[in-house]
Design a protein around this ligand. Structure first.
Ligand SMILES: Nc1ncnc2c1ncn2[C@@H]1O[C@H](COP(=O)(O)OP(=O)(O)O[C@H]2O[C@H](CO)[C@@H](O)[C@H](O)[C@H]2O)[C@@H](O)[C@H]1O
Length: 476
């Protein structure tokens, strides 16, 4: 089957979070099942230069205020369509914002991506390639199913994946015609959202199928605490909604052959101890007698970093250490820097975005902490499993679906792969960290759990089969 995947980011070209990992991994995961997926993203600065064998496949003299061309090319093993529209994507700042905040024309920037994707899905890309399915991601892709609905689909079916419902593409109702939507789209059964427009909502209403990135999150999304205002819309589409876990791209994340670390495996963990020692040295920590916990995360309310700051004193007093990499909210960066100042031998923080360092942390830690208030799937806990770095996670969303928490029952059944806690507050997190310290001290039990975690199935094989099944149902 031919599938056009439409998103705002994609590894290895451009990444701000987990969306990019998943968009970049899906084509390779689906190829063995006979699917031919192309990924369409904006041609942000530097993207076109990275495409091999580049050919122009589509053009529009006026795409939301300026000329645009779509180029097809190869990057690694991916077929990428990069939409070059300089008036929308050639900016000096980040891909969504600069120092002054979000770009005010973000709705038009991603509407343009959706418009071009829908046109290619409907009419083909000029090289004879016409997709059977347009698979859009998050609010940036939300208008693609809508354009197929309002302007003709040519038989192409649509699917929308929710990676994070916190971002809903909300903009003023006065932008309706600027976004090339017909008057009837301003309706509570369509894009209207408390007097505004939501591109995510419209996508959820108009897509032929909806997926999200874990079974638990699919259920959570129908509740007000998680649906963030869209719970009713989601519930009304329950029969078309599927929760499919993400996988780990094992070409990038495997401790047996990871260039960024001293390699190791479940059979020989010697390299893991080397990575721990190197990490402690790199972060300038002293002796850490208990577990060395690590965090690799965006620093936001979602990720529960404030809870960690509160739970930390007892963990440090019990012998634990923390090495952390992240960036985001200034207040959270500051809170973690303060902790590093109080316990310089035990806590160290790097503010920034650093891919190789993320690998060194995942390999060198004893445990990876993910105290998220909500987590659609989460990838770092799965990297943790793969690398024998025990996940300590809130029992929510995909964290709940990927980690088997250590309890007397799960330990005696030889099933535990991590530590889970609930409710998501600093008291429960502190309790989880106490359990971490105790388990880590029980060397035989700990080592068995580490090896078991490394064997957990976190690959793309199973999830890819589920996507394939849904694509099949859509086109049957
Ligand atoms: N400072 C830093 N330096 C280097 N690397 C960093 C980094 N901060 C984060 N990363 C990396 O970015 C990715 C984050 O992915 P997550 O899935 O954990 O969360 P995110 O909220 O971005 O994704 C959303 O989409 C994904 C994909 O569906 C869902 O899993 C998730 O639940 C949802 O919130 C990981 O690959 C991580 O290693």
């Amino acid at each position: 089957m031919r599938i056009l995947s439409v998103a705002s980011e994609c590894v290895p070209l451009v990444k701000t979070g987990g969306l990019a990992d998943v968009v970049g991994a899906l084509p390779g995961a689906l190829a063995p099942l006979g699917h031919d997926m192309r990924v369409m993203i904006p041609a942000y600065p530097g993207i076109l230069e990275k495409l091999r064998n580049r050919v122009e496949i589509w053009a529009d003299p006026d795409l939301f205020g300026g000329p645009a061309k779509a180029h097809l090319g190869r990057v690694a093993d991916l077929d990428v369509i990069a939409l070059d529209a300089p008036h929308l994507y050639r900016r000096d700042g980040g891909i969504y914002a600069d120092a002054g905040g979000d770009y005010p024309d973000n709705p038009e920037r991603f509407a343009a991506l959706c418009w071009a994707a829908a046109a290619i899905a409907r009419d083909g890309g000029g090289d004879g390639w016409t997709p059977d399915i347009l698979h859009a991601h998050d609010w940036q892709g939300g208008l693609a199913p809508a354009y197929l609905h309002y302007h003709g689909s040519g038989g192409t079916r649509s699917m929308l994946t929710i990676h994070n419902i916190a971002f809903q593409g909300i903009t003023g109702a006065d932008r309706l015609s600027a976004l090339r939507l017909p008057p009837e789209a301003f309706d509570k059964e369509a894009a209207e959202y408390w007097g505004n427009l939501s591109t995510l909502k419209l996508g959820l209403v108009k897509a032929d199928a909806i997926t999200t990135v874990s079974p638990t999150y699919a259920e959570e999304l129908m509740r007000p605490e998680f649906g963030m205002g869209l719970e009713g819309v989601i519930a009304s589409r329950a029969k078309d909604l599927h929760g499919i876990l993400n996988g780990v791209d094992e070409a990038i994340w495997s401790p047996e052959h990871d260039d960024a670390i001293a390699p190791y495996s479940a059979r020989s963990l010697k390299g893991k101890a080397t990575n721990r020692a190197r990490l402690i040295a790199e972060f300038g920590l002293g002796d850490v007698p208990g577990p060395l916990a690590i965090v690799v995360s965006r620093l936001t309310w979602q990720k529960g970093i404030d809870l960690l700051a509160e739970a930390l004193p007892d963990f440090i007093a019990a012998g634990g250490g923390l090495a952390m990499l992240g960036s985001g909210d200034r207040d959270l960066e500051e809170a973690m820097r303060r902790a590093a100042h109080i316990w310089p031998d035990r806590v160290a923080v790097r503010v920034g975005y650093d891919e190789p360092l993320a690998h060194r942390l995942i390999a060198g830690g004893d445990a990876v902490l993910v105290p998220s208030r909500f987590e659609p799937c989460g990838l770092t806990q799965m990297y943790g499993l793969r690398y024998g770095t025990i996940p300590v996670v809130a029992a929510t969303g995909g964290l709940n679906d990927t980690v088997i928490g250590a309890t007397p029952a799960s330990l005696s059944a030889k099933a535990a792969t991590g530590i889970t806690f609930h409710p998501v507050d600093h008291i429960a997190l502190a309790g989880a960290l106490r359990r971490l310290v105790a388990l880590h001290a029980d060397r035989p039990v700990w080592t068995t759990m580490v090896k078991r975690a490394m064997k957990a199935d976190v690959g793309w094989h199973g999830p890819a089969a589920r996507y394939s099944e849904i694509y099949g149902n859509l086109t049957a």
